[in-house]
Design a protein around this ligand. Structure first.
Ligand SMILES: [Zn+2]
Length: 1093
């Protein structure tokens, strides 16, 4: 089935046109109020808030009254009542706004920020207040002191990875954190292989004596001694960083000297100066900062920037003041303050939306909400030459089935009856607000390809004096950015409307699965979870049928037909030629077969309680599920619960090929590649059948995630991983993920096509899907969390006046088996001035794209090459800005575009992520897992994943209901008298400072002193005091914001677990060799200067 299918013949003129054709709420599978889960099942209420306001089926042709603003409903003519959300009468958010909400220019006029004196050339100061249109971060850097400092320690190219010995040995003793699972000793892949590179990194530290005098930096900066302008993000603690801990450098030891033994306790936070690192001469920068306490001194291991190490440069490292460089926290706070209060109205072309970290409401007035589409830039260069010059990737991150907050309406469903959706005859684009009606409304000109089309008689409508159809505001497809069409039979496989989808639960019952308690836990949970399968609109029960398979080396199918007294098992031992031994009774309706299903689920763990079978198969299991769906002629989803490397003799058999020696070699890429092509072939068959695979892994050792995740990845499924699963420690996380996953609204058997107006076209795609041609993204399943990132290239000149248009069309089968098309439209501006491009970029989206680009790159290129490519591209982007857009200034100054001032810090986080620069504790499976996760993350998820949120808990008043303001992810922002939460969407830490007040310890942990707190604790005691309630409430709220359950880990300062926690303090140098933010910024500046010279 193809989105491009031509429209069916039009019915004769005069066919009565339905009033408001099909404006029913999409009923996106939420539980309607009347059938909401009982409160006793409270845990299920959370995951799908956006869809709980679906109307009962009877009112499907009008939006739910609960969602339409009462005022607009009352004011609009009766015919328009249905469109309260977007009609003229909308007073929900004040007067109808056509105000153009541009990104606030110059919210942080950084002015000149001389970071350090220049050695090679005199610094020329740039006065405050660069042009407000593009506030610049101007930084004057020393002669690349960073690379100078680390260059002597740089290992030969290709050896930058090895972890310090001390960490490697320590990592083996991490408790099983559930992080992404370090293995207990004895089960882990040998770590010693990874240590082979260590020596290369721990070379002699730079000596202070080799530094040249910083005095050569030229004149001091008088302008910096003046008062800071409001909003400037440097020069000491800002509003958003009330907990800034002014922790000057600790007593520094000779670099590297501490790293041969276990890291000692951090020195008390007191002021001292590190030898060799001279303080800024200019007092306005605040105290210079040394290395983090507890790391002793400059980290061993060079900052493996990825570029050529270059010759040693014994230059004087001058510490930059971290407060003087762009702060993610400040940018996020500013955007919240500036843009969080007003709804984002999508009526104006090319508007940059608020940041993903800002809470805002969206009003659809003709362009898709940023919840559905975000772009790297909302202003596209008119020519490919310009685009090449700027090197800014032109990409859109699309989340077609995104969940919406309860305040926003799901897309309306338009029913054009038998004629189906109206499309352009030539390019097949769907009717949208940008189509131009002409000749009195009898024809329309396609906004994508300019083709003139006849308006079918039944769709005819007169135009008003402005040339607009008089019914424009009555029709979603003429006035909204996002809407759905009911598809006709022409859009269905084999010209047959689809059957409702099915879910098949496939449970590993080998020794490990039984012993860990997984099988018992899962079966118990399924008994109640099956009542909460996704359902359509107001349906009383889900249309989804279910089936059950258990397996180890053989497969067991179950007949759970309602007429049976007991379930029947059928064993298939011929795994090489998989077939489904029964059709009737395998896929059943839950309520009809409830007794038999319950009986089965009660028996499974008993049946295999004494199993000694440790070997499993994997590919035959997927094959069986897919064949079952094929036999039932429906799409669906397989839920696989699997524990081990499938080594039993069968198709898709795998061997343990984990080899950490490959890290940082040209063969490293093989660790990310599947070890056999069998899974791609299988995935292709699954896609053809609309069979989506969700995989829950419970490994005790290497299971080859890179290979096992191929089918989930290509079928639009999800992978979850619970290393060393133990019921008592991990059940909350697993059950929470499972509940959410099973209840997720999914579109099945989907095809997505992105059309563009003349001049650009979609050329590349990233995400969890399959493509058999260059344009159609095929998704066996697509849920509300998954994104598809699309890159565009020019194929012609664009026009400033007409702009550029995107239309994303997703054809899919709903949970109830309805075939639909979801359409998202977005209009972008086009520019002939590079400054306009840089003014309308979105760094978070840019990073999302760049991370996905890099994570795909590691499949084919050495990791170092991938990192180099990212750095080069970033430098080119910034150099082009500097050359063409910034006001003239000294080459010694780093000038960043306002919208991209966080690009270096965020890019550095990507570069030092586990996939691109793994630490010793990161397993091959962890890397493959994360790589696969990031591929379909949305912009908000990549934002927090790469730059975690660090929240101080006891600084703000306990009564304060709001989330405490975050602080920068750096150790020097931690106060040892405070407690912090850190989260990145997958991990959640509670860090407790060693000097926290006893009362706080008592209130939170119910113990009398810091020393009595259990390190690694994952549940806080439920205590009846304000602080305990507040912290537990905050943890709940953070979890609710993320698509996966984050297990809590309590980390005490100076405890060995702290190492794990520090991995997420991404502004600091990492133990795996990743650069600190300050160092990376200097490096980036050097790269830019090289490009400009
Ligand atoms: Zn067209």
């Amino acid at each position: 089935m193809n989105v491009n299918q031509s429209a069916p013949p039009v019915p004769p003129f005069g066919q009565p046109q339905p009033v408001y054709p099909g404006y029913h709420q999409s009923g996106y599978g939420g539980q309607p109020g009347s059938t909401a889960p009982p409160t006793s099942y409270g845990a299920y209420n959370g995951p799908v808030p956006g869809y709980q306001q679906t109307p009962p089926p009877g009112v499907s042709r009008a939006p739910p009254s609960s969602e339409a603003p009462p005022a607009s409903t009352a004011q609009a003519p009766c015919g328009q009542a249905a469109y309260g959300q977007f009609g003229q009468g909308d007073v929900q958010n004040g007067p109808s706004s056509t105000v153009q909400m541009q990104r606030f220019p110059g919210s942080q006029p950084f002015g000149s920020v001389p970071l350090a004196p220049v050695v090679s050339q005199p610094a020329v100061l740039q006065p405050f207040g660069p042009p407000p249109t593009s506030a610049q971060v101007t930084a004057q850097l020393a002669g690349m002191q960073i690379s100078g400092a680390v260059a002597p320690a740089l290992p030969p190219v290709g050896l930058g990875y090895g972890p310090p010995t001390s960490l490697a040995s320590a990592s083996g003793s991490f408790p099983n954190s559930g992080l992404y699972g370090s293995y207990p000793q004895g089960q882990a892949p040998p770590l010693s292989q990874g240590q082979g590179h260590l020596g290369a990194q721990r070379s002699a530290p730079p000596q202070a004596s080799s530094f040249t005098s910083p005095a050569s930096g030229g004149p001091r900066m008088p302008s910096m001694t003046g008062p800071l302008l409001p909003g400037q993000g440097f020069g000491g603690p800002s509003v958003s960083q009330p907990n800034h801990v002014s922790s000057p450098p600790p007593q520094a030891l000779p670099p590297g000297s501490q790293m041969t033994g276990p890291p000692g306790p951090p020195p008390p936070m007191h002021s001292s100066q590190q030898p060799g690192y001279q303080l800024q001469q200019n007092g306005s920068f605040g105290p210079a900062r040394g290395p983090q306490p507890n790391y002793g001194s400059p980290y061993p291991g060079a900052s493996t920037f990825g570029s050529q190490p270059g010759p040693p440069q014994p230059l004087p490292p001058k510490r930059l003041d971290p407060d003087a460089i762009p702060s993610p926290i400040q940018v996020i706070e500013d955007d919240r303050n500036n843009r969080g209060s007003e709804p984002f109205v999508t009526g104006v072309r090319g508007q940059v939306p608020p940041l993903v970290t800002t809470n805002f409401l969206v009003r659809d007035q003709g362009n898709a909400s940023p919840r559905y589409i975000r772009c790297t830039s909302y202003n596209i260069p008119c020519t490919s030459d310009m685009a090449k010059q700027a090197q800014v990737p032109l990409a859109a991150v699309i989340k077609p089935l995104a969940r919406l907050p309860p305040e926003e309406a799901s897309p309306y469903v338009v029913d054009h009856g038998e004629s189906g959706p109206l499309r352009c005859n030539r390019c097949k684009a769907y009717m949208c607000p940008f189509m131009q009606f002409i000749e009195g409304g009898r024809r329309f000109q396609c906004c994508f390809c300019s083709c003139i089309n006849d308006v079918p008689p039944q769709y005819f409508q007169h135009l008003d004096h402005t040339g607009k159809r008089v019914d424009a505001y009555d029709r979603p497809e003429l006035s909204l950015g996002s809407y759905e069409f009911l598809a006709t039979v022409d859009y269905c496989k084999n010209n047959k409307f689809p059957s409702p989808p099915a879910f098949i639960f496939m449970i590993d019952v080998s020794y490990n699965a039984i012993r860990s308690g997984l099988v018992r836990l899962l079966c118990e949970e399924l008994k109640s979870l099956l009542d909460f399968l996704p359902r359509e609109g107001g349906a009383e029960e889900s249309a989804i049928r279910v089936g059950f398979v258990t397996y180890n080396k053989v497969l067991h199918f179950y007949n759970v037909k309602s007429s049976l007294a007991q379930p029947q098992m059928m064993v298939v031992s011929d795994v090489a030629d998989m077939f489904v031994p029964l059709l009737d009774g395998f896929l059943v309706n839950v309520s009809e077969s409830r007794a038999v299903i319950t009986s089965l689920l009660d028996q499974i763990s008993e049946m295999f309680a004494d199993t000694r079978e440790t070997e499993t198969v994997f590919a035959p299991v997927i094959q069986a599920g897919m064949e079952a769906l094929k036999a039932a002629e429906c799409a669906g989803k397989l839920f696989l619960f699997h524990t081990s490397l499938p080594i039993a003799e069968a198709p898709g058999k795998l061997k343990n090929r984990d080899d950490r020696k490959l890290i940082n070699t040209d063969k490293e890429k093989t660790l990310f590649q599947p070890q056999t092509g069998a899974y791609q072939t299988l995935a292709k068959e699954c896609v053809a059948q609309g069979c989506c695979v969700d995989l829950f892994l419970f490994p005790n050792q290497y299971v080859d995630v890179a290979t096992l995740s191929v089918v989930p990845q290509l079928t639009g499924g999800s992978v979850y991983k619970y290393a060393c699963f133990q019921v008592e420690n991990d059940q909350e996380r697993f059950l929470s993920d499972l509940r959410r996953d099973v209840q997720k609204v999914v579109g099945f058997d989907a095809v997505m096509r992105v059309r563009t107006s003349t001049g650009i076209r979609a050329v590349d795609f990233f995400g969890a899907f399959y493509m058999s041609n260059t344009t159609d993204v095929e998704l066996a399943g697509l849920d509300g969390d998954k994104t598809v990132t699309v890159e565009f290239k020019h194929d012609d000149r664009l026009n400033e006046e007409s702009g550029a248009l995107l239309q994303c069309a997703l054809l899919y089968t709903s949970c109830a088996g309805q075939r639909r098309l979801r359409i998202h439209n977005l209009a972008l501006n086009c520019c002939t001035q590079l400054a306009d491009l840089y003014r309308n970029c979105e760094t978070d989206t840019l990073i999302n794209y760049m991370a996905k680009f890099a994570y795909r790159g590691v499949l084919n290129s050495p990791v170092k090459t991938v990192r180099d490519t990212l750095i080069t591209q970033c430098a080119q982007i910034l150099a082009c800005y500097r050359k063409n857009c910034a006001s003239p200034s000294s080459a010694g100054q780093l000038i960043l575009p306002e919208c991209m001032k966080l690009l270096p810090v965020y890019l550095n986080c990507v570069l030092k992520s586990d996939v691109l620069q793994p630490g010793a504790e990161v397993t091959t499976d962890d890397r493959a897992y994360v790589r696969q996760l990031v591929t379909s993350m949305d912009v908000a998820e990549t934002n927090v994943f790469f730059y975690p949120r660090l929240l101080p808990l006891t600084k703000s008043p306990i009564e304060s209901a709001t989330e405490p303001p975050a602080v920068r992810a750096s150790e020097e922002r931690l106060s040892n008298g405070d407690i912090y939460l850190l989260e990145n969407g997958l991990n959640l830490f509670l860090w407790v400072g060693a000097s926290v007040q006893q009362g706080v310890v008592q209130s939170l942990f119910s113990v009398s002193s810091f020393s009595q707190i259990t390190s690694g604790l994952s549940v806080l005691p439920v205590l009846d005091n304000p602080l305990s309630k507040k912290v537990r409430g905050l943890i709940d709220s953070l979890r609710a914001q993320r698509s996966r359950y984050m297990k809590l880990i309590v980390v005490k300062q100076e405890d060995k677990l702290e190492m794990l926690f520090k991995h997420f303090l991404v502004e600091d140098k990492s133990l795996s060799g990743g650069a600190s933010y300050v160092d990376f910024l200097c490096h980036m500046h050097k790269e830019i200067r090289q490009l400009l010279s």
